[in-house]
Design a protein around this ligand. Structure first.
Ligand code: ATP
Ligand code: MG
Length: 247
């Protein structure tokens, strides 16, 4: 089993691209009263920059937990998350939130846009929170919204946008800080299949044409097939880890 996983973790391109994320023996135990849930039971894996990784597995297998730990949204019970050679679990809360804002981009199933802000302001938000001015951010935010095909929707509020448009705003927001990694939890879970496919093609394009690194949790095997690597979790452990060929 270990041999097989190690084998799968070493694609041919290894060495040409840098190691971006290393996860070592990650465990997450949730405790509610006397109820203990072992959401992750010792997961180890490595992700190189430029990979598009899908994570699948049954409901409750620990996918979101793993993604949250990878992105420093939560802390492991034990084990290590090393991103660009930095052990992010050793950061204090302020350092961690700064690291997240500066280095990572997040995309969620329900978009998580702020309803009172325009599309442009939503995209700019992570950098506004870093203290930059809207004047400085605007060119990049506009460029990203154009890239998402939303040049005519920049001043629209989320409730004036369709689901697919909202998710494209969220993708632009995830990109505005030029992140080293994009983490997406069911990014197409709330979209119809055609809109979902358009969003997946955009994500695929970010990897293939712009060298981005994406980790995406999904229930949908068709969505997963847009990636170039598929990791399956089972009961909080890594079940399989395979390369996806698009030949
Ligand atoms: N905050 C929490 N407190 C207690 N238990 C939790 C918490 N978050 C998750 N769990 C439990 O941990 C396990 C893994 O949850 P997780 O959300 O990672 O699963 P998932 O694979 O993302 O599932 P789904 O496909 O349904 O989204 C589940 O049994 C869940 O009930
Ligand atoms: Mg989940």
């Amino acid at each position: 089993m270990t041999d097989r996983i190690n084998h799968c973790l070493v694609p041919e391109t290894m060495g040409l691209r840098g190691m971006l994320l290393k996860i070592e023996s990650l465990k997450k135990i949730y405790q509610r009263g006397d109820q203990v849930v072992e959401a992750l039971r010792g997961v180890s894996l490595e992700i190189e920059s430029g990979q598009f990784v899908s994570i699948m597995g049954p409901s409750g297998s620990g996918k979101s937990t793993l993604l949250h730990l990878m992105g420093g949204l939560d802390r492991p019970s034990s084990g290590k998350v090393i991103l660009q050679d930095q052990a992010i679990d050793s950061f204090n809360d302020d350092e961690l939130s700064l690291f997240r804002r500066q280095k990572l981009g997040f995309i969620f199933q329900f978009f998580n846009l702020l309803p009172t802000l325009s599309a442009l302001e939503n995209v700019a938000l992570p950098r506004l929170l870093n203290g930059e001015s809207i004047k400085d951010i605007r060119p990049k935010a506009e460029e990203l919204l154009k890239m998402m095909g939303l040049e005519k929707r920049m001043e629209h509020k989320p409730d004036q946008l369709s689901g697919g448009e909202m998710q494209r705003v969220a993708i632009a927001r995830a990109l505005v800080g030029d992140p080293i990694m994009i983490l997406a939890d069911e990014p197409t879970g709330n979209l119809d299949s055609k809109t979902g496919e358009a969003v997946l093609k955009l994500l695929q394009n970010l990897v293939n044409e712009h060298g981005k690194t994406i980790v995406m949790v999904t229930h949908d095997s068709k969505a997963a097939s847009f990636a170039n690597r598929l990791i399956c979790l089972k009961d909080g452990t890594l079940d399989t880890d395979e390369k996806i060929s698009h030949a």
